[in-house]
Design a protein around this ligand. Sequence first.
Ligand SMILES: NC(=O)c1ccc[n+]([C@@H]2O[C@H](COP(=O)([O-])OP(=O)(O)OC[C@H]3O[C@@H](n4cnc5c(N)ncnc54)[C@H](O)[C@@H]3O)[C@@H](O)[C@H]2O)c1
Length: 142
Amino acid sequence: MKYFVTGSAGFIGFHLARRLLEDGHEVQGYDGITPYYDVALKRQRLGMLEKFPAYSGVEAMLEDGDQLKTIIGDFQPEIIVHLAAQAGVRYSIENPHGYASANLVGTLNLLEAARAAPPRHLMLASTELGVWGQPALAIPRD
Ligand SMILES: NC(=O)c1ccc[n+]([C@@H]2O[C@H](COP(=O)([O-])OP(=O)(O)OC[C@H]3O[C@@H](n4cnc5c(N)ncnc54)[C@H](O)[C@@H]3O)[C@@H](O)[C@H]2O)c1
């Protein structure tokens, strides 16, 4: 199956992408490599994914809605797993706009890109979308 995984350099996205590749799936990653924590660690994770021929990755921000739409449109994933996010609670006090930008605008951009090239399933896993009151949301299409 073809999976599009946002946050592929992050903790959960990396482990998910690696597991999917080990299981024989095709994975496209999407991550802006934000400096919220050690960027070298994120690059090391991407280096591990790049060893798999079935992996391709894009370094870009969710806020770039046109780019996201083009990439999803070209890849035509069957499954989208959305794990890119500005995570963390304490940092939201210091930088609330970073959360609105990545988690609200970015997620809306992802949903719009998925609307233009609908996957079979789209899964969001976030504790940072508090305004939606949903710790996790899955949207099955069939
Ligand atoms: N780790 C946990 O224990 C845990 C528990 C519950 C829920 N979650 C949720 O799962 C999701 C992933 O968590 P994680 O621990 O893997 O976080 P993480 O910070 O390790 O990974 C997030 C990735 O998203 C990327 N990113 C951030 N903002 C971006 C943007 N605007 N555009 C493109 N890429 C961007 C970062 O570079 C990073 O690699 C988050 O929504 C988090 O709230 C995590």
